[in-house]
Design a binder for this molecule. Structure first.
Ligand SMILES: Cc1cc2nc3c(=O)[nH]c(=O)nc-3n(C[C@H](O)[C@H](O)[C@H](O)COP(=O)(O)OP(=O)(O)OC[C@H]3O[C@@H](n4cnc5c(N)ncnc54)[C@H](O)[C@@H]3O)c2cc1C
Length: 338
């Protein structure tokens, strides 16, 4: 079994079962830096200083041409051929609270949420162990590569993993999920992963901001906050950004939380003005970050932020929060959905 040595012995772990470097390290409790786990963000870049790795996605967008010329690799796309010596900066925040595991799951139920988002419930034999806001990789029958999906529910003894998945036109995994997978089908689930999870020890108000399929982890964070004794009565503002009024969702789930309408509030914005007008949308029109700024005003400066959705939404929010309002990056937790 390949042995991986990081920074001349700062961490040493084994890589089994054809794992990539990132997942093997996290399974061993090592704080390897990462965000998306699918080769797009580039946060898991490192340098192989000895040994050989197979590059699982040579065109992965997370590495620039310059990175490749310098011999850098993405640990999430590198499978060791033998022992490897790796250089990168370990991150104490990336040490997993719950170490990820692979397990077999069975599709138990499917339900439409909007015209293009469905809830898929998978059932495992062991408890579903994760932190609100985290994601897992699903290996689906007939789909060569795993895809990342965030859990919408809370950890539970019953072994249920709930996902809210948006159909992507021509998408391989979503095509399989929406058109070919019937209840009873099995898949492999590997998780949990992700650092944008609920921080119950923060004393601040909570702001969740979701765009498109980013609904799932934000629901999990909101549900986790409502269920956590230390957060009872805490102000929680939930924002959802959709393109058209038909995309807007999440309010019914928020409405079932204690304190809804008082300390728990839901706000939605639609970004396409023509679609808003055609549907006589009575709410906000424009990008969701503008609604966040208008709604929260000075309360922006006193909140803990959780964001999930497409990279342009997350980047606009980072600009608003970090650059305009000088909010410390430690108070902004996000996953970009590539
Ligand atoms: C952290 C995270 C959480 C996510 N959570 C959700 C969620 O809760 N709900 C949701 O609807 N979507 C979520 N997504 C998006 C999801 O993972 C898929 O990208 C999306 O469903 C489209 O998949 P597809 O196979 O249908 O589309 P495709 O267009 O077939 O594939 C899209 C994705 O597959 C990957 N990919 C493509 N080619 C390769 C290759 N050669 N090697 C390796 N990887 C490749 C890339 O990540 C690419 O973005 C999440 C993404 C990330 C990163």
């Amino acid at each position: 079994m390949p042995v991986i040595t990081v920074n001349d012995g700062e961490a040493v772990f084994e890589c089994r079962d054809g794992d990539n470097l990132l997942r093997a390290g996290l399974r061993a409790g090592v704080g390897l830096p990462y965000e998306c786990g699918v080769g797009a963000c580039g946060c898991c870049r490192g340098e192989v200083v000895e040994g050989q790795v197979d590059d699982l996605w040579p065109e992965a967008p997370g590495l620039s041409a310059r990175d490749r010329r310098k011999g850098r690799v993405l640990t999430c796309q590198s499978r060791p051929q033998d022992d490897v010596r790796l250089h990168l900066q370990l991150d104490a925040h990336a040490v997993p609270v719950i170490r990820p595991l692979r397990r077999t799951v069975r599709l138990a139920a499917v339900r439409d949420v909007t015209h293009d988002i469905r809830e898929f419930v998978f059932q495992a034999d062991a408890p579903a162990d994760f932190l609100p806001g985290q994601y897992a990789f699903l290996a689906l029958p007939g789909v060569p590569r795993e895809r990342a999906y965030s859990m919408a529910n809370l950890p539970n003894e019953a072994g249920e993993w709930h996902f809210r998945i948006r159909r992507v036109a021509g998408g391989e995994a979503t095509g399989t999920l929406f058109d070919h997978l019937a209840p009873g089908a099995t898949a492999q689930l590997d998780g949990p992963y992700g650092l944008a999870h609920l921080r119950p020890d923060s004393p601040r108000d909570i702001v969740c901001i979701a765009g498109g399929s980013g609904l799932a982890p934000m629901l999990s964070v909101a549900r986790g906050a409502a269920a956590h004794p230390a957060l009872a009565g805490r102000r929680l503002d939930f924002f959802y950004g959709g393109r058209t009024p038909a995309d807007v969702c999440g309010e019914a789930e928020l409405a079932s939380l204690p304190g809804y309408g008082a300390q728990v509030r839901y706000h939605a914005a639609v970004s396409d003005p023509a679609a808003a007008e055609a549907a006589r949308w009575p709410g906000a029109v424009g990008p969701v970050h503008e609604l966040v700024e208008r709604t929260l005003g000075e309360r922006l400066d006193a909140a803990e932020f959780y964001l999930a959705g497409p990279p342009p939404m997350v980047e606009a929010l980072q600009q608003l929060l970090q650059v305009t309002h000088r909010i410390a990056p430690e108070r902004i937790h996000f996953d970009r959905f590539f």
